[in-house]
Ligand binder design. Structure first.
Ligand code: HEM
Length: 364
């Protein structure tokens, strides 16, 4: 058991040239000093009590002997020699003045032969590795780790953050990717979240174009459709107050009933947008003649658009514009007759040159 003393000697924990060695060799007490005599006496006592000198091997004292001798040096002969106290430090300090001290526990505790083992001696760094104190003295290792004959721990790599360091590449410049269709204002807003090229903490830019990968479109964006031209902007007409569709529905019911009559294209033409002093406008939807004059201020598409069909058949244009509109129901109170050809008119009416006063019931 125990650590070979040659290893202890290499590690500086034991010096064969130290006075301690002469003390343990009881047969060589010829030119001892006063202190040596005292130590020899105590050694004899120990030999008596133990009855053996088994701890002495080739002039190198065993650890137990060292402890006993150290107890003697401590001046307390009755102290338990196995008590883990500081005498070892005293002895080693005297043997190697100016060098590092080691406690007995470190040698004895786990029976290890390497007191410089980092697992046992690892202590928190002070100053810290990246502290200002260490930076001012970069070559000075921690004093608690100095062991004679042992290598100092290699300095931990400290990252160099200084600009221009040849070991570090400069941060790549972040390409500014602007999505298609983004407004300059939106790009300006997003710019504050984009890492600047000078920032070393920014996320490295991922330039997909440099990798040959086509840039992905946003999944929220509708696929482009080139089959149809873009629709024209809707021409919204601001209706005057009190002329909403609901208002028209109420107003239509209040219109007086007009007996339906046969209306020729010539009579229809007299109710057109031009040369109409009466300002009464008629139109035809699927053969039925409607007076659209009261509806003009209610038309969501505006009066101008509605007057395009005044004095003529407006079925085609109506359906091209809004075929979904239920014109039959909307213009029920505005109906004035049915469109007939000139040949369908009675002879009397044709001779008289008009159909005014001829309703459909009288013609039947
Ligand atoms: C002849 C009887 C007509 C009636 C009863 C009528 C009725 C209506 C109605 C109810 C709407 C609203 C449709 C909706 O919001 O979905 C509308 C919108 C419109 N109408 Fe007419 N319309 C008539 C004739 C015309 C004509 C001849 C034109 C012109 C060619 C026209 C042009 C428009 C336009 C452009 C709109 C869209 C207004 C908007 O965008 O809000 N309408 N019309």
């Amino acid at each position: 058991e125990g650590i070979p003393y040659d290893i202890l000697a290499r590690l500086g924990l034991w010096n064969p040239q130290a006075p301690v060695r002469t003390i343990t060799d009881g047969s060589e007490r010829t030119s001892a000093s006063a202190s040596d005599d005292t130590e020899s006496i105590e050694l004899k006592t120990l030999e008596k009590s133990n009855g053996t000198t088994s701890g002495y091997v080739a002039g190198i004292p065993s650890r137990k002997q060292k402890e006993e001798v150290l107890v003697v040096e401590d001046g307390d002969a009755e102290e338990d020699p196995t008590t883990p106290t500081a005498p070892v430090q005293i002895e080693l300090s005297e043997a190697f003045a100016g060098t590092e001290t080691h406690t007995k526990d470190k040698v004895k505790g786990k029976g290890r032969a390497a007191p410089v083992d980092d697992d046992d001696l690892r202590v928190p760094m002070f100053p810290a590795m990246n502290s200002v104190q260490r930076a001012s003295q970069p070559s000075m290792p921690p004093p608690s780790l100095i062991v004679p004959g042992a290598m100092a721990p290699p300095p931990l790599p400290v990252p160099k953050l200084a600009a221009g360091s040849p070991s570090l590449m400069p941060p790549p410049s972040a390409p500014i990717r602007r999505p298609a269709g983004a407004s300059p204002a939106a790009s300006a807003r997003n710019a504050q979240y984009r890492p600047t090229p000078s920032s070393s903490l920014g996320v490295p830019p991922s330039s997909s174009s440099s990798l040959g990968v086509p840039q992905q479109r946003s999944t929220l964006q509708l696929p482009p459709t080139h089959s149809q031209p873009p629709p024209k902007p809707r021409q919204k007409v601001i209706l005057t107050p009190g002329h909403s569709p609901l208002d028209w529905a109420n107003h239509q019911r209040s219109l007086p009933f007009v007996p339906l009559r046969r209306i020729t294209p010539d009579e229809l033409a007299t109710h057109g947008a031009r040369k109409n002093s009466a300002k009464v406008y008629w139109t035809v939807l699927e053969g039925r003649v409607y007076d659209i004059t009261p509806y003009l201020p209610y038309h969501p598409g505006g009066e101008k658009e509605l007057l395009r069909v005044a004095g003529k058949d407006g079925t085609k244009l109506f359906n091209l514009t809004h075929s979904w509109v239920n014109w039959d129901n909307m213009l029920r109170g505005c109906e004035v007759g049915i469109l007939v050809s000139g040949n369908e008119m009675p002879v009397k009416a044709r001779v008289e040159g008009g159909s005014d006063g001829e309703d459909l019931e009288s013609m039947d």
